[in-house]
Design a protein around this ligand. Structure first.
Ligand code: ZN
Length: 212
């Protein structure tokens, strides 16, 4: 079984994938982890990927797809939750084609629907202590004194990337790339939309229902 998680950064895919994978005995495959594991194990695809990464280039789609296919045919054949791939229609199409040759397919693609306002609220509120690295969040994990670390009293810092305007730009880029991916899976007929603004438990219930 192959399940694809789609949704913007901050939509909660990682958190939900971890819980769902445990409950349903699936393997949670985040693209970054998959790459690191293959490189560490020095598989043929891992070495190919490393050559691109060492040059600062993106790992080509066929290498990523080879890794995913390898895991599906191997120890994780019971089920994989794919998180972070595909991000473009070209990747989605290439993945479909590769799976077809292996007589399998994406069973469900699940879109975590979260409004832009909520995503900005989740992503833009982050702050970190530069001294002890403790993370904070304006809404979910506030420091006792505004912009001071509870542990060491240092002034908290905010990454440029986490400021609202930067977050909005990132979300726009994401939407431009992935809206066509949603349309692709809609056409294929395996797309399910889940309301990602519900509580974590309510989202889990919807996911379980979507997977069947
Ligand atoms: Zn601190």
């Amino acid at each position: 079984m192959l399940i694809v998680f789609l949704g913007a950064p901050g939509a909660g895919k990682g958190t939900q994938a971890k819980t769902l994978a445990q409950k349903q005995n699936l393997t949670h495959l985040a693209t970054g982890d998959l790459l690191r594991a293959e490189v560490a194990a020095a598989t043929a695809l891992g070495l190919a990927a490393k050559a691109f990464m060492d040059r600062g280039d993106l790992v080509p789609d066929d290498v990523m797809i080879g890794m995913i296919k390898g895991r599906l045919e191997g120890p994780d054949s019971d089920g994989i939750l794919l998180d972070g791939f595909p991000r473009t229609v070209a990747q989605a199409t290439a993945l479909d084609e590769a799976l077809t040759t292996a007589n399998t397919s994406v069973d469900r693609s699940i879109f975590f629907k979260v409004s832009e306002e909520e995503l900005v609220r989740r992503l833009a509120g982050r702050a970190t202590c530069p001294n002890c690295q403790r993370p904070y969040h304006d809404t979910f994990n506030k420091p006792q004194n505004t912009d001071k670390c509870d542990d060491c009293g240092s002034d908290l810092i905010r990454r440029e990337d986490d400021k609202p305007e930067a977050v909005r730009n990132r979300l726009k880029v994401y939407a431009t790339q992935t809206t066509p991916v949603l349309e692709h899976y809609q056409k294929v007929g395996n797309l399910v939309e889940v309301d990602g603004e519900q509580s974590i438990d309510a989202v889990q219930e919807d996911l379980a229902a979507a997977i069947g």
